[in-house]
Design a protein around this ligand. Sequence first.
Ligand code: CP
Length: 314
Amino acid sequence: MSWNRKHLLDIESLTVEEILTVLDTARAFKAVGERAIKKVPALRGKTVVNLFVEPSTRTRTSFELSEQRLSADIINFNTEASSLKKGETLKDTARNLEALNVDFIVIRHSASGAPHFLSRVLHASVINAGDGAHEHPTQALLDAFTIREKKGRIEGLNVTILGDILYSRVARSDIWALTKLGAKVTLCGPTTLVPRVFEQMGCRVTHNVEDAIREADVINLLRIQHERQRKSMFPGLNEYTSLFGLTKARLALTKPDAMIMHPGPINRGVEIDSEIADSSRSVILEQVTNGLAVRMAVLFLVNGGKGPQEVAPQ
Ligand code: CP
């Protein structure tokens, strides 16, 4: 187990050993979260800025609670009330925050590459909380953690990612993480949103939903990312649901233990039937719970922690 990185920018550049170090460290932090006292002093005296320049519910609150549990001081940057609105650049904004002796910047931004850019111009550690359609590394790590926890392994599993792959940073990070860990990844959705070029990432591509879900051990659904689509990629939501939505009829075609995942936010009745989202087959809220332990692990590791062996013993 080892970790020597100052930043977490993507999954693409991580080794299998580094991914497993995060997952094992997260498992130790999940155990800490089940104790009466859930706080540890790992980041005491350190300051974290949550620089979310794009909306977020799960990732932002999960990072904030992770930072609190690690005893960090926290600045939640309010984009709408900031001088970004007066034309200040991202670089100047970040360098001014760093001038306050900030140690970590957690950034979500609509521009792909924004976290990589900041990592080159700042001294602080940078953690990518989602950049454009590029990557969402902590989502992939919590997805991998959840699959391993529920299925006992990742290697050899059939994982289907169904939906808008083209505009999805979750899809890209999940593909990197799951293929590195030995899963067989199938991508499915409309031809306009699931081009065959993704085969170059080691995935199977199909545009037939029944073919995609029949043998799947895990089905990870993605919403249509309207905010990133510059033109209409399919005729309408009703057609999307009828061709690719996970309906009860389609669920009946899947293996009885096929697990349903979704990074959220979900669009009920579009990519997923509302009852399926709330059913025992769905682990959507468990993914959110696991995100806390995974983000604690990431912050702990980029702060110099080496692995699970260094997480506070009981
Ligand atoms: N999964 C995810 O990134 O959700 P948020 O956009 O709410 O953070």
